[in-house]
Design a protein around this ligand. Structure first.
Ligand code: DSN
Length: 438
């Protein structure tokens, strides 16, 4: 189910040997590595096939619906180009599936926009829908696990708007009392909750209460945990959030895209902000692939998958903690683990997290370096971020997590010795071969 589309290299090679060679090489790399980056996953053959379908040829600026003067979303030709019989049906099917997945019992109260090309444009569309340049919003700071688009100063969200950044407490937990105090002092128009490197459950109800109290809209960016929410392994952001944004490729296991769901009364502003405000034509082949992925996520097996992701992350975290690694949040309740490898126990700590990420890769374990709270320079991070969505897709369970933890410990103990790392890499390759065949 998760193999690469067969014959793809040969089809490309008929026209372009250079790109065919790179696709073959990437397929080899993926099939020889254990994928541990928490924002990555492996799509099904059906998703990959839909992504390369003829929908890639079609322009479909506009929407398959129209907004009336009274602010009602009604069926009607909201496109600017002809030839939309199939794109209209496809986009509507995707909208219906998105609402079924995330607000199954309140579909009539919500609106879905399925055109964002990924998470960053989805977030910017929401901010630009409700804020003027210079207006205040709040988001989690990047070095505390937030995303660039939650108001970091180098990102457009931090340059165009006044971004007030909240953080974690000394235990690595979201400090809701401090967030509430900050919100009451700064009176933001919108609060973003959600993270890119936070291993614990997010209390959406508490965020909803804070937003209500200070008069802000609440936007939940659930990019990392969308599949967990869809599969019932993390509480939903609804009904507390006014707006939800997400990427669709992480735990949700779809193609790389973005999705926005909001209260119906906010839908027109969001539709307008996305198109024509921010983007041109949507990518209809990506919508086709996402529709397939959401159908997969609506199946009962996806619930098992989502719960197994968390079980696997807990098993991996347990072993790493026992080996002496310092875990932010002291463990995990979702799909990811954030280790402060520079400040771990003396027996296991490493001097340089970036070098450790490279050592792991030499051993065919692919993770990413990551800032942790207290890091002053994100480009010199102390952390390593690991996740279990992709290895769970490959069929791995707790026993395999213990094996992977042992390999990670061996890499730390190798202290950068290339021959040792390569030897571990051969063992990792042979361990992974049963799961990662391309
Ligand atoms: N790159 C995504 C992640 O890895 O979390 C965020 O943009």
């Amino acid at each position: 189910m998760y193999a690469q589309l067969s014959g793809i290299v040969d089809l490309v090679a008929d026209e372009d040997m250079d790109v065919a060679a790179l696709i073959a090489a990437e397929n080899k790399r993926q099939s020889e590595s254990i994928p541990l980056i928490p924002s990555e996953n492996i799509v099904s053959t059906a998703v990959a096939a839909a992504l390369s379908s003829c929908f890639t040829n079609k322009y479909a600026e506009g929407y398959p619906h129209k907004w009336t003067k009274a602010g009602e979303c009604v069926a009607g030709n909201g496109r600017y180009y002809q030839g939309q019989a199939n794109t209209n049906q496809l986009e509507q099917l995707l909208i219906d599936r998105a609402l079924e997945l995330f607000v199954p019992n309140a579909k009539e109260k919500y609106h879905a926009n399925v055109q964002a090309l990924s998470g960053a444009p989805a977030n910017l569309a929401v901010l630009s829908a409700f804020l003027q340049p210079g207006d205040t919003f709040m988001g989690l700071a990047l070095d505390n696990g937030g995303h660039l688009t939650h108001g970091h100063k180098v990102n457009i969200t931090g340059k165009f708007f006044k971004a007030v950044q909240y953080g974690l407490d000394e235990k690595g937990l979201l400090d809701y009392d401090a967030i509430e105090k900050m919100a009451m002092e700064n009176k933001p128009k919108l609060i973003i909750c959600g993270a890119t490197a936070y291993p614990l459950t997010i209390d959406f109800k508490r965020f909803g209460d804070i937003a209500k109290k200070c008069g802000a809209l609440l936007m939940a960016d659930i990019s990392h945990i969308a599949g967990l929410i869809a599969g019932g392994a993390h509480p939903s952001c609804f009904p507390y959030a006014d707006i939800m944004t997400t990427t669709t490729h992480k735990t949700l296991r779809g193609p790389r895209a973005g999705l926005i769901i909001c209260k119906k009364e906010l839908g027109q502003q969001i539709d307008k902000a996305l198109f024509p405000g921010l983007q041109g034509g949507p990518h209809m082949n990506t919508m086709a692939a996402l529709a397939v992925a959401l159908k997969e996520a609506l199946q009962p097996e996806f619930k098992d998958y989502a719960h197994q992701i968390v079980t696997n992350a807990k098993a991996l975290a347990w072993d790493l903690k026992n080996a002496g690694f310092k875990l932010i949040g002291n463990g995990t309740e979702n799909h990811l683990i954030l280790m402060d490898v520079v400040h771990s126990d003396d027996s296991i700590k490493v001097a340089d997290a970036s070098q450790f990420a490279e050592d792991l890769e030499t051993a065919h374990l692919v993770a990413n370096k990551n800032a942790v709270p207290g890091d002053l320079k994100p480009w010199i991070p102390s952390g390593i971020r690991l996740g279990t969505p992709a290895v769970t897709t490959l069929g791995m369970k707790e026993a395999e997590m213990h094996k992977i933890a042992a390999f990670i410990v061996q890499v730390a103990n190798a202290k950068g010795d290339k021959a040792t790392l390569e030897k571990i890499g051969e063992e990792v390759k042979s361990f992974g071969a049963d799961y990662t065949k391309g």
